[in-house]
Ligand binder design. Structure first.
Ligand code: NZQ
Ligand code: ZN
Length: 389
């Protein structure tokens, strides 16, 4: 096991009716906030009214900035920064999913910074200060509600890039599984693929002697596999929604990566796909992850066989562990298909005309490699994208 520091300061408020606490929680940090949300689903589900009522009751003033798009855009972040500066706002409340939260985090680091906020996303500047952020979550997926990361898309060149800094852990995140009842099945499935991917990015490691985190990863994956079909069949199944929602947070709050090296190549490759084609991040991962696995599994057949046996209940073939490993990959792919996700670029309506461009952007014109489990150069990323066709 590697040495590690584990930090997760986000206060999680979980369960039925907890969105009513948002005003009181926010008031602990600020008297005036930017209320930041997406395309309107929070109004349709009645959450907007609840949040506004709770803020008013707690005596918290707010200015609104709606319109965060999935794969949140830099231009809206810049607008948010301007509003906060002009109105002296020092707290951002995100109501929605990973996109609203990531956009809120970007505004939070941008307000106190003299330069252009994009500097943080291209490694040109380091975050020294950030406004506090609070969250009411409506979709279990990205894990941004308790992560130190934000992913933003710059429309100028369609670069989708991430920022990670301890300063952007949300101060609190309110998680009521009932708020996820209205998710279209496709969004539930995309969320599931993202959650699964966050666990697998940590699971496929070269670090030895990591039994606890291996088994935590396996149990979170199994919990997800058991509960996603239940939520799809019955969207108001509270027990299933609650398991999925808590799994999403645990999958990406750093616990599962303690003491082990992580991979993250599939995420890097996927960000090029959703950056250019604007598909859901989870759908992109359902396409990339099985292709990545086929490309790298020979690097550690035993680890892939363990994944097959412990997560997918495949019987271990002592004569041919490679066959066991391959069965696990097939099971994962079949699971993604069974919940309605595309598992190839063509199923997502993406042709092969820009594979090389994506491989190039992903590896910064072949000057960088991606992935910790197996280091992948531009050619390797290109081969994976070809396997994903
Ligand atoms: O925009 P609205 O109207 O709110 O609709 C959203 C959106 O269309 C809808 N939705 C959300 N909750 C709903 C609902 N519809 C009905 N009922 C509800 N309860 O769902 C759609 C997707 O929302 P979005 O916020 O985009 O989803 P998600 O949480 O999957 O976030 C995706 C973004 O997070 C990034 C991704 O790259 C992507 O840009 N990620 C962020 C990470 C982080 N910060 O740590 C890590 C992840 O790996 C990921 O990269
Ligand atoms: Zn993700």
């Amino acid at each position: 096991m590697n040495n590690f520091i584990f930090l997760n300061p986000t206060r999680i408020i979980f369960g039925k009716g907890t969105e009513n606490l948002v005003g009181a929680e926010t008031k602990k940090h600020a008297d005036k906030v930017l209320l930041h949300y997406g395309g309107g689903s929070i109004k349709k589900i009645g959450l907007y009214d609840t949040v506004v009522k709770s803020l008013k009751e707690a005596g918290v003033e707010f200015t609104e900035l709606a319109g965060v798009q999935p794969n949140p855009r830099l231009s809206l972040v810049r607008q948010g920064i301007e509003i906060c500066r002009k109105e002296g706002i020092r707290f951002i409340l995100a109501v929605g999913g990973g996109s609203a939260i990531d956009s809120a985090k970007a505004i939070a680091v941008g307000v106190p910074y003299d330069g252009d906020v994009w500097d943080f996303y291209i490694g040109k500047a380091k975050v020294k200060e950030a406004l506090p952020v609070g969250v009411v979550l409506t979709i279990p997926a990205a894990g941004s509600e308790a992560s130190p990361s934000s992913v933003i898309t710059n429309e100028d060149g369609w670069y989708k890039r991430g920022l990670t800094t301890d300063r952007i852990f949300p101060r609190f995140s309110i998680l009521n599984p009932e708020l996820t009842y209205t998710l279209p099945n496709y969004q539930t499935a995309c969320g599931a693929a993202d959650i699964m991917a966050h666990i697998m990015e940590r699971y496929f490691t070269n670090t030895k002697d990591v039994e606890l985190t291996d088994r935590l990863c396996e149990s979170t994956m199994k919990t997800l596999i058991n509960n996603v079909p239940k939520a799809l069949a019955n969207p108001t199944d509270y027990a299933a929604r609650a398991e999925i929602m808590w799994t999403a947070t645990v999958a990406h709050n750093n616990l599962l990566g303690t003491g082990r090296d992580e991979d993250w190549a599939s995420h890097d490759i996927e960000h090029e796909i959703s950056g250019i084609y604007d598909i859901a991040h989870g759908a992109g991962l359902a396409i990339v992850f099985p292709a990545w696995m086929k490309y790298v599994y020979k690097h550690d057949i035993e680890r892939f066989a363990q994944f097959a046996v412990r997560v997918w209940d495949v019987e271990y073939n002592f004569r041919n562990p490679e066959e066991t490993a391959l069965k696990g990959i097939e099971k994962l792919k079949a699971f993604f298909s069974s919940i309605g996700l595309p598992v190839s670029l063509s199923e997502a309506g993406i042709d092969d005309s820009r594979l090389e461009e994506m491989a190039d952007k992903c590896t910064s014109s072949d000057t960088h490699t991606v992935g910790g489990f197996v280091k992948l150069n531009k050619q390797a990323v290109y081969e994976i994208l070809k396997l994903a066709k």
